[in-house]
Design a protein around this ligand. Structure first.
Ligand code: FAD
Length: 299
């Protein structure tokens, strides 16, 4: 059962038992006990202060790297993409993007302002917040290469600015400060030819459509690439292309993608992830590390 209510002093929307399948690109996932979409940053601060100190939180961008199990999330989801969506030039070569802004919008905004460096973001179907957490990257570019500062919020609703030196930043991984989450990024870019950046972005999107199953629900690459190799190559060489469990299938087009053929449950996807990892380890002796984030209760 789902219900929506306005909290008295809050302007955002609180949903109860909200199916997470509506908010993840895999289109699976059981209900979140509470799902809050703040009206803006002030509203988010007020909401955070109102929560019990031990409330489990799940921060959500566009759910493009997230597997929520079928039993749902026993806590509060904080959904930023419809809320923290301001995007502005704050200095001639600096863009401030709030955590809920889609990456593609950041890429287009930079190109329109003759700023280079963010073109790779055009094909990443997540938010700026998600890109910071995952150090999202593509075609040689990585999010944190362009970050000069970030703004974070804590459970007391206090916002602070931090520099890249405050985080351990790796390939598709960033060590977060405990109890703080991202609300904005400051990107430092180079001046250049915006039309060329737009053309480059278009090229990158075309390349994606050629090589990835972009028309089927997925979370992109399931595993990180091991050093000096490609997870997709190892999975394909293990004979797993097209292998299915329930409605989850290893994509024929790109072996590091698991697609929902329409009837997958989160349990199907998780079982397939485990099967792929075990098979690759048995056949190639390589332990694949999962890139997507798995949360929630088993159904
Ligand atoms: C078709 C497809 C192609 C993809 N291609 C790429 C690619 O080329 N390169 C790449 O790197 N990724 C790729 N991805 C994966 C995904 O888009 C990225 O990881 C993206 O950065 C996730 O952003 P999101 O907003 O969807 O995050 P979500 O999936 O909503 O969240 C991901 C994680 O970040 C946390 N989180 C989200 N927002 C915040 C916040 N503000 N503060 C703290 N924690 C937060 C969540 O709790 C979760 O743990 C692809 C996905 C798909 C579906």
């Amino acid at each position: 059962m789902m219900a929506a209510q306005k909290l008295p002093q809050l302007r955002g929307t609180l949903l109860l038992d909200e199916p997470m399948a509506r908010h993840t690109t895999w289109r699976v996932g059981g209900p979140a006990q509470r799902f809050f979409a703040p009206a803006d940053l002030t509203d988010l601060s007020v909401f955070l202060r109102s929560l019990p100190a031990d409330e489990a939180l799940l921060w959500l961008g566009l759910g493009s790297n997230l597997l929520v199990r079928d039993g749902g999330f026993a806590g509060t989801v904080i959904a930023l993409h419809a809320a923290l969506n301001s995007l502005a030039l704050t200095a001639p070569l600096t863009v401030r993007a709030e955590a809920g802004v889609p990456c593609a919008k950041v890429a287009r905004f930079c190109a329109r302002n003759d700023l280079l460096g963010a073109e790779f973001l055009v094909g990443i179907p997540g938010t700026m917040g998600g890109a910071l957490v995952m150090n999202a990257g593509a075609f040689g570019g990585m999010t944190w290469e362009h970050v000069s500062a970030v703004e974070t919020i804590n459970r007391a609703g206090n916002v602070r600015t931090r520099g890249p030196a405050d985080f351990q930043i790796g390939y598709r991984h960033v060590q977060m400060t405990e109890g703080e989450w991202f609300v904005a990024a400051h990107l430092s870019l180079k001046h250049g030819d915006g039309a060329a950046a737009q053309a480059r972005g278009k090229e990158l999107l075309e390349q994606r459509n050629r090589t990835q199953p972009t028309n089927q629900p997925s979370c992109g690459s399931v595993f990180r690439n091991p050093r000096g190799d490609h997870a997709a190559r190892l999975i394909e060489a293990a004979g797993l292309k097209g292998y299915s469990i329930g409605g989850a299938r290893v994509s024929e087009k790109h072996a590091n993608f698991i697609v929902n053929t329409g009837t997958a449950t989160a349990a199907d996807i998780e079982a397939l992830i485990e099967h792929v990892a075990e098979t690759v380890e048995r056949m190639h002796g390589v332990k694949l590390v999962r890139e997507c984030v798995v949360v929630g209760e088993r159904g």
